[in-house]
Every structure is written in structure tokens, then in C-alpha cells.
Design a binder for this molecule. Structure first.
Ligand SMILES: Cc1cc2nc3c(=O)[nH]c(=O)nc-3n(C[C@H](O)[C@H](O)[C@H](O)COP(=O)(O)O)c2cc1C
Length: 361
């Protein structure tokens, strides 16, 4: 029937053009409907999860807000000498308020986030004590900090700030080697991945920078073949090799780390920075990986959360296949664009030329 109709349309003058226009309209309608569903889901998601409103004990949001506040003090202590000596009163008061909330909920005072607060307050007190004036607000801050430090002593590991340290000699060729060695791999052996290697890679991942050091990343891990299969059914980029994946990681960002919608891109950016370091951490231990896009409509995203037991506030950024490469596995060259496509200098003197190329001229 379709074939007959098509034949008729093609026999009429202007028929093929009308058919093409109808198809284009249909495609546009479909794309627009998807766009509306995606943005509506994003807005609903922002309203629900991108805020620090807390009911009861919410460790994640409280720890995020505490880091956000005490990090203001910590970075203020690392500015050049011409910066103001006396700064940070509001951030310090907010830090006290959040530490009180921490205590009210009975959260562990030896936890890294609380210990970091103590280490930072100790350094901030030293700065305040070095100022020669009798400002009552400054003296009150010193007294309050002293009370916190007497209540729980900060562990030496949380002392801050630290001397800035240069990269070790000879590290650039090693980094170049590692970057060249990491290629998306789509052929794994069935050897299990040692969880200690995943932990080591995550330790490296966690050294990535993040907005106000809130470290929103979360990684959900699956090594059961049936579970992996169920998850990969929802993903469109693993055909031909999904069955070889021994470990599936789902890289997420916890949106509860962020205060409002103005931060809506931070989960993706911070999570991406974690991901890159995590990939290098895996590669450095002989593991291979392949990111698997999570470019899905909202309904499928919800299904991914359900199948993976992933809380809704953990925004899924990408799936990641991890494993030992199969013997003789090959990888695409995936040639890179020239640097001119990337670097856009707005400078009278600098250009795209690398130091090595400049030296060779
Ligand atoms: C966010 C993201 C999603 C990706 N999704 C897929 C995918 O679904 N399937 C796949 O085979 N490769 C996927 N890749 C891998 C890319 O194709 C690959 O990174 C790119 O071609 C560069 O190659 P390289 O990773 O080997 O350097 C993805 C990569 C990223 C960063």
C-alpha cells in the first residue's frame, strides 16, 4: 500500500517536493516535542534538586554548604600579600552556623569535611591574631574559633595552606605518554576488575578541581553481567561490544551540592573533570575504558535511575565501560583536529606555536 502511494506521489508534478516538505515538518514536530520534554524535565529537576533547603539531617547538602563557606576562608588565606589582611567575617559566621548544625544532627566530628573546617579555622585564627587592632568583631571571631578548636582538636593532616609545589621534573613526557595511551577501547576480556584499582583511580579523580571544592561526583558500579546487560539495553552506543564489558560505571553528579539554578552547568563540568582524571587513573593501572553517551530523553533517564538504583538527585552524566583490554585489541586512531581549531589567542605576541616548535625555528 505504502509503495503504491509513493509511486502515485512520485508520478504527480511537484509530488516528491511536497512529500519531502511533509517529512521535514514531521521531523521538526518530533524534534520540538522532544525539546519541550527535555527542558520541562530539566526545570522540574532544577526546582527539586538544585537548592540547599534541608529538612532534617541531610549530610550531603550540609557538607556541601559547609565546604562552600569554609573554602572562602581557605582561599582568602592564599591571596597575594597586597590583599586585605582582615577578611571573611561573613563566611566565618556561616561556617560556625553550619558546624552547629553538624553537631545538632550528631554527624561525626572526625569526618574530613568537619576536620577541614577545623584546619581552616585554625589558619584563619592565626591570620586574625596577626592583625594589630582592637576591633571587637575580630576579637569575637578569635574567641569563637578557640572554643571550636578546644571542643574538637583538628588533625594535623588538615593543616592549611600548603606551599605551592611545582610539577616533578620529567613529568611532561609521562603525561603525554599516558594521554596517548588512553584510547577508547571496545573489546575487553572477561577478567574481573579489581575494586582496589577502581578505588585508586577514584582517588586520582577526586583530585580534580571542582566549583568551591564541593566534589559533587558519584560513581555507581555494576559487575553483575545481567545487571550490566539491563543497563546497556538503555544505551545506544555499545552495540557489538557491550557483551564484553566486565565493569560498568555510571558517572553522576549530586545536584544537592549546588545552591540554585545559576549553578545548573556545574554538575556536568565538575563531573567531567573528575571523569578525565578517573580515566587516566584507570589507564595508568593497565585498565581500558570507553565512555558511553547518556544522550537520552527524560523517560529513559528515569529508567536508567530505576534499573541502576541511582537516586534521582544523582544526575547521570555518562556510562563508562571498564575492563582489561582483550589480547590484540585495537583502537581507532581518532585523529585530532589541528591546534588552530582550538586555541584562539587574543594577543599581540602569542600564537598557536608550541614551545617545542618555536625552539626548532
Ligand atoms: C561523553 C562521551 C560519550 C561517548 N559515547 C560513546 C558511545 O556511546 N559509544 C562509543 O563507542 N564511544 C563513545 N565515546 C567515545 C568517543 O567516540 C571517543 O572518546 C572519541 O572518538 C575519541 O577517541 P578516544 O577516546 O579513543 O581518544 C564517547 C565519549 C565521550 C566523551
Amino acid at each position: 500500500m505504502r509503495k503504491v502511494l509513493k509511486k502515485i506521489v512520485f508520478s504527480i508534478p511537484g509530488g516528491p517536493e511536497a512529500l519531502a516538505a511533509t517529512r521535514a515538518r514531521k521531523r521538526r514536530r518530533k524534534v520540538n516535542a522532544l525539546r519541550r520534554r527535555c527542558y520541562a524535565a530539566d526545570v522540574a529537576n532544577d526546582i527539586r534538586y538544585l537548592n540547599w533547603h534541608r529538612e532534617g539531617a541531610d549530610y550531603w547538602k550540609l557538607s556541601s554548604e559547609l565546604i562552600f563557606q569554609h573554602h572562602k576562608l581557605e582561599k582568602g588565606l592564599c591571596l597575594p600579600p597586597e590583599a586585605r589582611a582582615w577578611f571573611g567575617r561573613t563566611a566565618a559566621l556561616e561556617t560556625f552556623r553550619l558546624m552547629e548544625e553538624w553537631k545538632t544532627h550528631g554527624f561525626d566530628r572526625s569526618a574530613p569535611v568537619y576536620q577541614s573546617a577545623l584546619g581552616i579555622l585554625a589558619a584563619y585564627r592565626a591570620r586574625l591574631e596577626g592583625i594589630a587592632d582592637d576591633n571587637p568583631e575580630r576579637l569575637e571571631l578569635i574567641a569563637r574559633i578557640t572554643a571550636y578548636l578546644e571542643d574538637t582538636a583538628p588533625e594535623p593532616a588538615y593543616a592549611t595552606p600548603l606551599p605551592a609545589r611545582p610539577a616533578p621534573e620529567g613529568v611532561l613526557p609521562m603525561l603525554q605518554e599516558l594521554a596517548l595511551a588512553r584510547r577508547s577501547t571496545r573489546n575487553f576480556t572477561d577478567r574481573k576488575v579489581d575494586p582496589a584499582m577502581v578505588a585508586e583511580a577514584a582517588r586520582i579523580g577526586a583530585l580534580a578541581p571542582s566549583a568551591c571544592n564541593r566534589q559533587p561526583w558519584k560513581v555507581h558500579l555494576y559487575d553483575d553481567p545481567a545487571r550490566i546487560r539491563a543497563m546497556l539495553e538503555l544505551q545506544n552506543g555499545n552495540s557489538g561490544f557491550g557483551h564484553t564489558v566486565p565493569l560498568l560505571a555510571v558517572i553522576c553528579a549530586d545536584q544537592g551540592s549546588f545552591f540554585d539554578s545559576s549553578e545548573r552547568f556545574e554538575p556536568v563540568l565538575d563531573g567531567g573533570l573528575f571523569l578525565m582524571s578517573f580515566l587516566y587513573g584507570l589507564q595508568a593501572q593497565g585498565l581500558a575504558s570507553c565512555c558511553l553517551n547518556w544522550a537520552v530523553p527524560p523517560e529513559r533517564d528515569a529508567e536508567g535511575h530505576a534499573r541502576g538504583d541511582i537516586p534521582p538527585e544523582h544526575k547521570i552524566l555518562t556510562f563508562l565501560a571498564v575492563g582489561h583490554p582483550a589480547p590484540g585489541a585495537v583502537v581507532p586512531l581518532s585523529g585530532r583536529r589541528p591546534l588552530e581549531d582550538t586555541l584562539h589567542w587574543h594577543s599581540e605576541t602569542a600564537s598557536v606555536t608550541s614551545p617545542a616548535a618555536a625552539a626548532a625555528q
